[in-house]
Design a protein around this ligand. Structure first.
Ligand SMILES: C[S@@+](CC[C@H](N)C(=O)[O-])C[C@H]1O[C@@H](n2cnc3c(N)ncnc32)[C@H](O)[C@@H]1O
Length: 369
């Protein structure tokens, strides 16, 4: 039997010890359980990656042999391996453990689909959450926009999109007739450069430019080198302040701060040849629409980019157009040839900055005016 009204919290108040509080505590404890358990599982996975457990367990090993290989202690390693097995990341044969296909593809460094950068990015996000109290009392953590992207997000996105979003995006774009005859492509805020590289692989006559902040150059150039992308160049600049040229056949704008900016849309239209293709992938808000995800809104509020005005909801910037107004402006200068919902092209959410939520991909061809 639960008491109708819970007792006031007061150290002078004496309760009958048999009295149960109402509402029952399990409603609260279930929330604690969900969060603590998942956080601890995440710590186990991240530590196992960092210490090279999955590198060592490409071959079956006993816990003792694993400890020798990774220079760690057997007592905590036994339950760690048990937990990782429960999570589907290790399998056990007798006294030996070995990677499963899931850990072998995504958690070993030599794999092209290694997700270590995603883990690091999630951990960077925890740093901001650790400052929630300070943010609530003193305001958001100030970050340089260039450093924010350079500091792990771009690497994480590169790893994330290789799990499906890149392939689906490229297949859609490569199927469009405007792309098949294209000779030049501009990937604005292209970061890692993977879209430009993959699209050049689809069209042997295409040359591409990845345009991004100068801080991203080293990262992008390393990716270009890895993929032997001789037809892709990196050009540094700020897409709001700098000229990014004219005469392009394709402009790609994927998850950028300017994704809903009218000025940037007009600048892109000016940079494209008539008949040129604009591919844009962003999260839009309908006129009057509020939150899409409260947790992501809170994460959005934790940091402030210097000189950039953020709105109250995730990926909302000052001066953004809402969905209806953006479409109207787009259709003044373009004919839409394809739109896709995130479910058809995006990967699994990670509850972190970079999640697609209900983003849309729009492919539009510039009108001959
Ligand atoms: C969220 S990432 C998206 C990267 C890539 N387009 C993708 O979809 O995976 C945003 C990118 O835009 C770049 N960026 C943001 N603001 C920019 C600006 N004002 N000028 C140039 N690049 C910018 C960032 O450096 C980063 O590489």
């Amino acid at each position: 039997m639960f008491a109708k009204n819970s007792p006031p919290i007061d150290d002078k108040y004496t309760i009958h010890l048999k009295e149960l509080p109402s509402p029952p505590a399990h409603e609260l404890h279930a929330l604690f359980y969900r969060s603590t358990r998942h956080y601890k599982e995440f710590c186990a996975m991240a530590t196992a990656v960092r210490l090279g457990l999955f590198e060592a367990l490409k071959e079956p090993l006993t816990v003792e042999a694993l400890c020798l290989a990774c220079d760690i202690l057997p007592e905590p390693t036994h339950p760690l391996c048990g937990l990782l097995s429960e999570l589907g990341l290790l399998s056990r044969w007798g006294a030996q453990y070995k990677n499963t296909p899931l850990s072998s593809i995504y958690l070993t460094t030599a794999s092209p689909w290694f997700q270590g950068a995603v883990i690091r990015d999630i951990q960077n996000g925890f740093f901001l959450w650790d400052h929630l109290e300070t943010v609530l009392k003193e305001g958001p953590v100030a970050v340089e926009e260039e450093t924010f992207f350079e500091d792990g997000l771009v690497d994480s996105l590169a790893a994330e999109i290789l799990c499906g979003e890149l392939q689906k995006t490229v297949t859609t774009v490569a199927g469009l007739s405007a792309f098949k005859k294209a000779r030049s492509l501009l990937d604005l805020g292209g970061g890692h450069g993977l879209y430009a590289i993959a699209l050049c692989q689809e069209n042997p006559d295409l040359r591409a430019i990845v345009f991004d902040f100068p801080d991203i150059a080293t990262k992008a150039e390393a990716v270009l080198k890895t993929h032997g992308a001789h037809r892709v160049d990196f050009v540094s600049g700020n897409l709001f302040a700098d000229d990014f040229g004219a005469g392009h056949d394709v402009v790609l704008l994927s998850y950028n701060p300017g994704g809903k900016s009218p000025d940037l849309l007009n600048k892109i239209a000016d940079a494209l040849n008539p008949g040129g293709l604009f591919v844009t992938k962003h999260l839009y808000y309908r006129d009057g629409e509020g939150s899409k995800d409260r947790l992501m809104d809170l994460e959005w509020s934790l940091s402030a980019f210097k000189g950039v005005s953020k709105g109250p909801h995730i990926y909302r910037f000052g001066g953004d157009l809402h969905w209806e107004a953006y479409l109207k402006l787009l259709e003044e200068r373009f004919t839409i040839v394809e739109t896709m919902d995130a479910d058809t092209f995006a990967g699994h959410p990670l509850a972190k900055f970079g999640d697609r939520l209900d983003s849309r991909m729009i492919c539009a061809v510039k009108k001959n005016q």
